[in-house]
Design a protein around this ligand. Sequence first.
Ligand code: PHE
Length: 345
Amino acid sequence: MTTIEQLKPQLEALREDILNAIALSKTRPVLYDVKVKYFGKSGPLTALMKETGKLSSDLKPLWGQLVNSLMQEVQNNYAQKEEQIKQIEIEELMSAQELDVTLSGVKPPMGTYHPLTIVTQQIVAILSRLGYSLRLGPIIESDFYNFEALNIAENHPAREMQDTFFVGPKHVLRTHTSPIQIHSLEKESLPLKVMGTGGVFRCDSDISHLPHFHQIEGLYVAEQVSMADLKGTIRFFVKEFFAKDLKIRFRPSYFPFTEPSAEVDCQCPICQGKGCSLCKQTGWIEIGGCGLVNPKVLESVHVDSKRWQGFAFGFGIERMAMIKYHIGDIRLLPENDLRFLKQFS
Ligand code: PHE
């Protein structure tokens, strides 16, 4: 029969080996190998447990206790070491990714406003200061709002297929922002000072025309409105928009919805009237149309034209952007090439 004294040195030697191996482990994989090698299911500690069979039955429990308490001890030791290694790993990771809060950050790329948005916002801001409230309208308009109420006769060339996109027998993609005038006159009380803006559509495309472009226009209706009021408004607007004291001039023109009507020129903001390539050496640049509201327009929405008068004016936003930022080709505006857009940041 084997005695406990005979087995004890083996147990003692194994204890030393295991504790040493744990102490020397520096990484978790190495530590894990120690566990597999010494006190896993097929390791020597488990084997020693099985030596119990060789002992007399009164010694068996004692031996069992000794082996179990060694198992407890190495398992505790193992857990402690594992925790220690984890801490070291975290510290190493943190120092490797050290954050220097004094370094300047990397700027994320920022979007910019589209030049048409910039110009729209500028015009809206200037007209707001004169008391105009912003109104938007639908892009698809009925014949009534786009033409009829604006005194554009059935046989007027503006209604022709080559100018207008029809989306139904009686519906069009609005060809101008003037139908917004009609919606306001219908719904709002007088006197009235509104501006309308948005996209408009015409079958037209070349270096200075797009099939989809943008307009902004103003409408003022009150009991006494004169051409002089209109001129003062446009002069103020031009001065503010180009940030220069530019002269303006009215050239007689024709719009069915204004009477009298005028085309508005302003002194070329580039050469201040001396003559350059933008103004084709004339010193003047056409910026829009205007006039006193035709009484027929007021009557079409049941406004008493004997009591009320008005003026209206409209500008092309692409054109204003091209003049202000010296853009030579209107097609650059809808293209959205970042190299172009970034210049307006
Ligand atoms: N609606 C006109 C156009 O599209 C512009 C305009 C607006 C003219 C207001 C006079 C008054 O050409």
